[in-house]
Design a protein around this ligand. Structure first.
Ligand SMILES: [Zn+2]
Ligand SMILES: [Zn+2]
Length: 535
């Protein structure tokens, strides 16, 4: 009896001991809270309800490189951003000019002609862009999450969100190259109410010995790169009144990756003025945006161009499906997994019981390449310029972190043996797919400043050419301005002696080649050298 009682007492003592061990706070979380509180005291982060930053600098176009390497860049003639922490809203207005930046690569309106104004808004779960005429257009859902994330990635937002998070924890991070150890706080926070996991984002912040936030690293979902790293470096902290210090220099990268050489410079801002707790800081959602449907990429309109050749339109980027005896080839896998799923469904409806064996990729820009993973998951091989092989094989199609937006391919088992597939087929000048009846010729485009790896597809049987980002036939009877890319395309069609009747651009409507020639030939005749840029 006595022994039993002793044992029971011992056991209950153990229970008490283990219960109190569970109540012990996690030491990393204790350190995290202490560091955030010290950081709050250092810059007065908690006093900031809103702020407006006015700056100049430069901005890159992510995913629009001419070749492997840094992003194409434009100057920011002006940049104004107002952030309201309470309403989770922001309004960012900026004016791009080309400046002295090399006019090579792509991006909206690149190289910039004159001044191009942008206005971007976010409020909670809703994001929109406003054009020069003041018309606001709702963006796809993931843009809102990315924009809200940037609210929490600036120092005042980071410290407030970190203190509000129940998972902030501090650790040391040792950088061998500089032989230095920095204190790091990491936490995750919700950036939207939409589907998980995209709506929960992780942020890490590095603090110097004075508890000033020097660097924030976070991740955004990207169809090409998976969990894409965004890095923001803060420096030049100055007093902005009210006991608050803000960084007057921001330098940011987007898409740096251990297997891609060099940095990918995205944004550089030097502030001339920062005001805190400004009046009317909240950016209200325009009614037209709130009632607008959330755009998606799932609308596909199939139109027959010739026997066995079907145009898959209906969105911002077209694809062309070509039927061969035993399989189907799709020219271009743009945007993302969602677009690919929609186009693949339409291809299967159009050409039942034939596998999609190849997807042709016109060039390395992310909007034209973001859907290729879905085709590879479907069993297709990507045919692209040999210059892209390394990046596509080792980064785009490789198994790596895609926790924010898993897709079909990220759930596919890869193994060095077994029934896998050939993922990338590269070529240099020319490549032909043929079954003796149907043929696709792929040709490298020479002399283009938009991309060093641009491919056009020519179908000799139907006299169709498919091209990306180099213009197309104008709407009937119109004479739109002709850019340098179109001149390059015109010259390449001549150089290759392609007999073209129908011109099918990846962007915009198809039309007669004669119409393309009508507007481009006179410009080509008076344009001495080759070049180009464009979207
Ligand atoms: Zn492009
Ligand atoms: Zn494009």
């Amino acid at each position: 009896m006595t022994r039993k009682l002793t044992l029971a007492l011992l056991m209950s003592t153990c229970l008490v001991a283990s219960a109190s061990a569970q109540n012990q706070p996690n030491p990393n979380q204790v350190a995290g809270k202490a560091l955030l509180q010290a950081a709050d005291a250092a810059i007065g982060a908690g006093k900031v309800k809103s702020f407006t930053i006015t700056a100049t600098g430069w901005m890159g176009y992510p995913g629009q490189q001419f070749a492997t390497g840094d992003l194409p860049r434009s100057d920011l003639k002006s940049f104004t951003s107002t952030v309201d922490l309470a309403s989770k809203s922001a309004k960012t207005e900026y004016v791009r000019v080309q400046g002295n930046n090399v006019a090579r690569g792509g991006g909206a309106g690149f190289p910039v002609q004159g001044e191009v104004r942008f206005e971007e808004g976010v409020n909670g779960d809703i994001a929109w862009n406003t054009n020069a005429q003041g018309q606001a257009t709702r963006t796809a859902a993931d843009v809102a999450g990315d924009r809200q994330l940037m609210i929490w990635a600036n120092p005042a937002g980071f410290i407030q969100a970190g203190l509000a998070a129940n998972n902030a924890a501090a650790t040391d991070r040792y950088f061998g190259r500089e032989n230095k150890t920095v204190k790091v706080v990491a936490f995750s926070t919700k950036v939207c109410d939409g589907p998980q996991p995209q709506c929960t984002r992780r942020l890490t912040g590095e603090f110097n010995k004075d508890n000033m936030l020097e660097r924030v690293i976070t991740w955004v979902p990207d169809p090409v790169m998976g969990d894409k790293m965004v890095e923001l470096r803060y420096s030049d902290y100055k007093d902005v009144g009210g006991g608050v210090k803000m960084p007057f220099r921001v330098h940011a990268h987007q898409g740096d990756h251990p297997l891609i050489p060099g940095g990918h410079n995205w944004l550089d801002l030097r502030a001339s003025d920062i005001k805190i707790n400004v009046a009317n800081a909240a950016n209200a959602v325009p009614d037209a945006v709130r009632s607008a449907a959330i755009p998606n990429n799932q609308r596909v309109v199939a139109t027959k161009l010739a026997d066995g050749v079907v145009h898959m339109g209906g969105g911002s980027h077209n694809s062309v499906a070509v039927e061969f005896k035993d399989y189907v080839v799709v020219i271009e896998g743009p945007l993302n997994n969602q677009r690919t799923n929609a186009v693949v469904a339409e291809v299967k409806k159009t050409f039942p019981n034939k596998p999609i064996r190849y997807v042709v990729n016109t060039h390395n820009h992310f909007d034209h390449l973001g859907g290729i993973r879905g085709y590879v998951a479907e069993g297709a091989t990507v045919i692209t310029d040999e210059r892209n092989r390394n990046f596509y094989q080792r980064v785009v199609l490789a198994p790596q972190s895609r926790t924010l937006s898993p897709d079909r391919l990220s759930q596919r088992p890869f193994a060095p043996t077994g029934p896998g597939q050939l993922m990338v087929q590269g070529f240099t000048d020319q490549y032909t797919i043929s079954d003796g009846n149907q043929t696709i010729e792929l040709h490298h485009v020479e002399g283009l400043n938009h991309s060093d790896n641009m491919t056009i597809a020519y179908l000799p049987k139907s006299k169709i050419v498919v091209s990306a980002d180099m213009g197309g036939p104008p709407p009937a009877g119109q004479n739109p301005p002709v850019n340098a890319n179109a001149v390059v395309l015109y010259r390449n069609i001549q150089r290759l002696k392609l007999d073209v009747t129908t011109h099918v651009p990846i962007h915009g409507p198809s039309g007669p080649q004669a119409e393309f020639d009508r507007i481009v030939a006179p410009v080509a005749a008076r344009t001495p050298q080759q070049g180009g840029g464009g979207e």
